[in-house]
Design a binder for this molecule. Structure first.
Ligand code: SF4
Length: 92
């Protein structure tokens, strides 16, 4: 996606922290029937979500956000975060 001569959305920091306006551009908004926030998903749904994320214009923002927030559930930026939760369980 090209906006104003740059690739991807322009993000600004506000006094309250980094902008989350990128969320409004997520490709997942066009696929609301998929289990984006579930703790588990079928292989078929996981494949569909991975494909949606692969074409998402804000995937890198999404990955940065999920990493920074320490999210351990749902499906973010092409990756199942419940896998992260399982890894934490194994370590602790
Ligand atoms: S990368 Fe995937 S989960 Fe993240 S905003 Fe895009 S479509 Fe949604």
């Amino acid at each position: 996606m090209t906006r104003g001569g740059t690739t991807g959305p322009r993000l600004r920091r506000s006094r309250r922290g980094p902008s989350r306006r990128w969320m409004l551009l997520g490709a997942c908004l066009e696929a609301p029937d998929l289990p984006w926030l579930a703790d588990r998903a079928s292989m078929a749904d996981t494949t569909k979500m991975r494909a949606v994320c692969a074409a998402c214009p804000v995937r890198h923002h999404c990955a940065d956000y999920a990493d920074a927030a320490g999210i351990v559930g749902g499906f973010w930026a092409g990756r199942a975060r419940w896998d992260v939760s399982a890894q934490i369980d194994r370590v602790s």
